[in-house]
Every structure is written in structure tokens, then in C-alpha cells.
Design a protein around this ligand. Structure first.
Ligand SMILES: *[C@@H]1O[C@H](CO)[C@@H](O)[C@H](O)[C@H]1NC(C)=O
Length: 293
């Protein structure tokens, strides 16, 4: 006999809502005549066949009861907006986007982003450290990797709270630098520090707000992603820090932080940077001479 027919109705409903796409206006079930033979029959049914089978037979006529809805109850609106439409456009803040920054201007823009961020935070006395691909770039050559399209840094969750309470949310910061690319003239650029109000939420939810803050180049919308680490479960997992995207670190991997240099300015890096990098990118990322990012 068909396995599914021996399962209780509640399990079937559960399976059905897992297997069939969520639809806001469920169509009434089309019931086959009672004598209809089971479809497939040979035991070689694919998951999709089953889903079709299930939704034909057991979908209730109305929306499923609340206990069967898998969508989280919190309706999460995305705080940071990108122009959207492609992977490349995901690297720009919609408010300041004025077109894709061309290749030759992109490298310097990334360098000024990270330099302005690191020097401003240092001046404010706020701890922040390099993370992810940016940390890997530091490890290899103290610079942004040639293929990097974005920059990542981390702070502690309490730093995000401090920055908000101290009034730094939505503040603009001027950064002066001498153009090292050609003219040698002094230039000024302005950056926005914007803190996501969802930063206090511990859960990932639908993943719309895993970036807790941004440092945005207001001339073109390019930005640095800032994520906060917190000890998620101090009682049962003390010393384990993580971000909303489930990257996990031990206190002793992070602290005491080290001082180094990145793109020519002072930068902070986690104490056990090799472990952090190996955990995220594997041993090969630190030894291979050719690494396809
Ligand atoms: C930052 O400011 C914006 C604009 O006022 C606001 O919508 C947002 O909630 C603020 N963020 C925090 C963390 O309070």
C-alpha cells in the first residue's frame, strides 16, 4: 500500500506545506473519483511526483491553521536597499547609486572606503576589525584582493548599541586624503554611517537584515558591510560569538585583538586570524598559489 496513506492527516498536512510552494490563495482541491488508482505505483516516485500527489489529495480548502504556517510571525522589512536586478547592483546602496562605478575608479573607491572607515572609527575610539574576504586580503598582501567587490568588517553588538545611543546613526563623516593616483591634490569625500534598527534582533529571521550597519560612499553608493557579533547564548554556550549569518567565533579567536595595517592605515585583526580564515575558507586559501575566489 502507499506509504503516504498510512500517515496521519496532520503529518500529511505538514509534508504538504513543506513540499508544495506556499501560495496565498490556495486553490480548492480536485478530488479524484474514489476508485482512482494510485499514481506512480512502482515505488519510483520522485519528490515532485509526491508533491503533486499530496497537494491533489490533502490540501485543505482554506489556508492552513496557524500552527502549520512556516513563515515567521515577525514581518521583516529590509532596512538597507540596493538598486537590485543583478549581483553587481547588490553592491550599491540605492540612495546614492548613480550608475556602476567603472573598473579603474572602483579600486581606489574601495581603498578610500576602508581607509576612511578605519581612520574614523579609530579617531572615535570604536573597536572594529577586518572580516571575511577583507581579512583574507589583509593576510595575503595587506590590501583589498584584486577580485574583491565588497568589504567586510565586524564590531561587537554592544558597539552597535553604543554608536546608536551616542548619536552616530545617520551621521556623515568627511575624509580628506591626498590623491595618490595621479595629481597629488588633496581631496575630500563624505561617508554615511547608517545603523540598521534590526541590529538588536538576535535571530536571522528571513535574512533581510543580517547586515547591521553600513559605511556608505555617498558619491556612488559603494559601501562596507558592518556586522555585529554577540555571545548568543552566554549561559549554555559561553565564549561563542556569532553574527546573524551564523559565522561563529570563540572569544579566544578574537581577543586580544592585534594591530596591523591594511591599505596603508592602522587596522585591527582578530587574535587567531589564521584559525578564523581556515574556518571560513579552508586551509587551501592560505597556501594555494592560485586561488579562485
Ligand atoms: C537610524 O536612523 C534612521 C533614520 O532616522 C532610522 O530609521 C533608524 O531606525 C535608525 N537606526 C537605529 C539603530 O536607531
Amino acid at each position: 500500500m502507499h506509504l503516504l496513506q498510512s500517515l496521519p492527516l496532520q503529518t500529511l498536512l505538514l509534508l504538504s506545506s513543506l513540499l508544495s510552494p506556499v501560495s496565498s490563495t490556495p486553490t480548492p482541491p480536485v478530488l479524484p473519483p474514489p476508485s482512482a488508482p494510485p499514481t506512480g505505483g512502482g515505488g519510483g516516485e520522485s519528490l515532485q511526483d509526491r508533491s503533486a500527489h499530496l497537494s491533489t489529495h490533502v490540501n485543505p480548502p482554506g489556508p492552513p491553521p496557524a500552527s502549520f504556517q512556516f513563515r515567521p510571525q515577525v514581518v521583516e522589512d529590509k532596512y538597507f536597499q540596493e538598486p537590485g536586478g543583478s549581483e553587481v547592483l547588490g553592491h550599491y546602496d540605492a540612495r546614492f547609486f548613480r550608475g556602476i562605478v567603472e573598473y579603474d575608479a572602483h579600486r581606489p573607491a574601495l581603498r578610500h572606503l576602508i581607509r576612511s572607515y578605519l581612520t574614523t572609527f579609530r579617531r572615535l575610539g570604536v573597536e572594529t576589525w577586518l572580516a571575511h574576504g577583507t581579512l583574507l586580503g589583509w593576510w595575503w598582501n595587506g590590501r583589498v584582493m584584486p577580485w574583491d567587490y565588497d568589504l567586510d568588517v565586524q564590531v561587537s553588538a554592544s558597539t552597535l548599541t553604543y554608536l546608536t545611543e551616542a548619536g552616530y546613526n545617520r551621521t556623515y563623516h568627511e575624509y580628506r586624503y591626498v590623491d595618490d593616483d595621479n595629481t597629488g591634490q588633496e581631496q575630500t569625500k563624505t561617508y554615511l554611517l547608517d545603523i540598521n534598527p534590526w541590529h538588536t534582533t538576535k535571530e536571522r529571521l528571513q535574512g533581510q537584515n543580517v547586515i547591521d550597519a553600513r559605511w556608505v560612499d555617498i558619491s556612488n553608493g559603494m559601501f562596507i558591510d558592518i556586522t555585529g557579533l554577540r555571545e548568543r547564548d552566554p549561559e549554555y554556550a559561553p565564549g561563542i560569538w556569532s553574527c546573524k549569518n551564523y559565522h561563529r567565533y570563540r572569544t579566544r579567536d578574537l581577543y586580544p585583538m592585534r594591530e596591523s595595517e591594511f591599505e596603508g592605515v592602522t587596522a585591527t585583526i582578530p587574535f587567531d586570524f589564521e584559525k578564523v580564515l581556515i574556518q571560513e575558507y579552508g586551509t587551501k586559501s592560505l597556501v594555494a598559489t592560485e586561488w579562485e575566489g
